[in-house]
Design a binder for this molecule. Sequence first.
Ligand code: H79
Length: 733
Amino acid sequence: MRERRNSKPPCTKRNPLRRPPLRREVTARTLGFVAPLPELLSAMRQTSTFAFSPSLPLLSLALGLAACGATPAPGPNLTAPPSNQDQRMEWWREARFGMFLHWGLYAIPAGKWRAETNYGEWIRDSARIPLEVYDEFQPNWNPVQFDANAWAQMAADAGMKYVVITSKHHDGFCLFDSKATTWDVGNTPHRRDILRELADACRQRGIVFCTYHSIMDWHHPDYLPRRPWETDRPTAGANFDRFERYLHEQVTEVVQRYQPGVMWFDGEWESTWNHERGVRLFNLCRTLAPGMIVNNRVDVHRGGMGGFSAANEAVGDFHTPEQEIPATGLAGVDWESCMTMNTHWGFNAADGKWKSTAELVRNLIDIASKGGNYLLNVGPRADGTFPKEAVERLAQIGTWMQQNGEAIHGTTASVFDSLPFGRCTVKSGTTTKLYLHVFDWPADGKLTVPGLGSTVARAYLLAAPDTALAVGSNEAGLVVAVPNAATDAIATVVVLEIEGAPVVFRTPVITVESDSFVSGVDVVLNNRSPDVAVHYSLDGSEPSATSPPASGPVRVTNSCVLRAASVWRGTRVSAVVERTFTKVVPLPPVKVPARKEGLVVEHFAVDWQSIPDDRAGLIPKNREVVGSVGPLKNPGEHVAFVYRGYLVISQEELYRFALTSDDGSKLWIDGQVVVDHDGLHGAMTKQGAVALAPGLHAIEVAWFNRTGGAELNLQWAMPGQAFEPLSAAVTRH
Ligand code: H79
């Protein structure tokens, strides 16, 4: 439904990542520590000086050392009962900043194959390197300069609180010595267990060690599909169920041996992966380590690189926008933007397009100000060193973080919709701290903060907390007297301390199921700020302090333009928002004789990229009667389904429809397009609405899948009610 915040009115469906955690039987296994004791003891030996370290709550807990008086800092407690999502996410939300590490055999060609120099971790696929040729990299894996302590120290010095490393990327090669394959570091001249060394080095520095594990696997014989160009790799005998067992076995190895704080899946979009397999893998993770965080790519519902599909049943703990920062964050869910430092994930020797330190730090600030995490990538060289450009940038980021880390770690999203000079992060408590990250320093020494009603108890530069700054106000807002020059060219942080929750003059947000209605519609007006009221008008007049206040949902029963603004102490303090509401006349029923229950669905073998207007002449290869539109079971590729029949309407109302599909789909009622969700895309949901009079109404749904993941689901809802699938009882043919 909502691909992004601010797109459509929020639907009434539950947010996928806000769903109550899966309830599973609590057994000794789910609560017990899953690593065998010898491993634990060896971990203890290797980190014995850290027995009291706050970075080891897991060990402390498992071995009963908590009684020694150490207060554990936030960190994953992987054995914690799974019930509390806030508890599970606590360390991760505090962290805000982590390091992504893409390292594997692809670092050896360093992006170059024949004349091309633009490859990365996808090199085997992009350069079409046959398996037996790619296999030749394995004996050449010998990163003699690999120093896990140096890596972990660079992450720590940059202010990063977690590290996510590729236990396996799409090429299938494992950075740990797996019992399930020889396609791993254990079978190289180097032999050292990269993950073990890095996990230990991270824990010694209070960094949470995490792993990236690709579902897609271009090496395992049972993985399907093959790359389209791999015509000489036979698929006969390949068994994807057996691959799934291999995947589970390896994930179990990784979790039990290295106890990652996050399991970061990827490569989930091919046709063989589906929601059921995603749920099984997710449940495996929850069983192995109930406190471990799992990203949304375990399931098939990410809905494009932005990753914000509202599929009801999707599992996963956080969303994963890739190479982008969502314009206004992702409302109401945990999210992390992963981004490269240059333009490649894996090491590419020819890539000179490095982002500046200023851009990287401002990305971190921007993301934190929107309530997300920043996972910044490094692609180490084959010899085990970081590219010098990465080393420099990490050190420079560290310099900024050393001074300003307080304004990032443990903060939450800005309370302002936008600020003219930069960004804001927040630390709440009895005293709330607003961290103003100033990108554009005011030349006149006056920093204006529009829209803040709170009284500021104290203002200061984070770099000079002992010098109080004078605070005044003018008609534009609050004004802080700041030095004439910024202390930091990247971002200078000004701190405002205020008592209690901040009073902010935000423009009201209108939340409503639909802009059209039959009998009436409830409109929620909210400016998300305490002490500031929302006043509205329905007659086109300018809303002011004398207009009625919205103390609850406003019921609209006639066509009108609703206008609303925030009012504080008798004065309008925000811009006006408006929305047009239309009373619609329901479509009359169609006159057809009595019918049998269900819809007719016809299956076609076609190669659509969009739904053609002329579908009448197509010859179906199959036809059946069904009670609902989706879900589908292994529908295959290059297929289209067309559903036709009638809907039984018993109540005159506005009916909302939510159409989820991968690829495109379209819904017509009585010949009118109600949801146009056409085109090639991943699993996403789109809504539409239509007013219907009692009786029968013609319904048609067309859907197609070209290649890859396939999904279709149609749900409908009456005003104020939850979406539900169609059923045989309300369909006819
Ligand atoms: O590991 C790095 C990349 O190698 C990996 N993700 C990061 C963290 C990556 N794999 N593929 N891609 C990035 C790009 C893939 C894009 C697409 Fe799709 C896959 C386009 C169509 C299928 C996923 C599903 C994105 C849109 C729909």
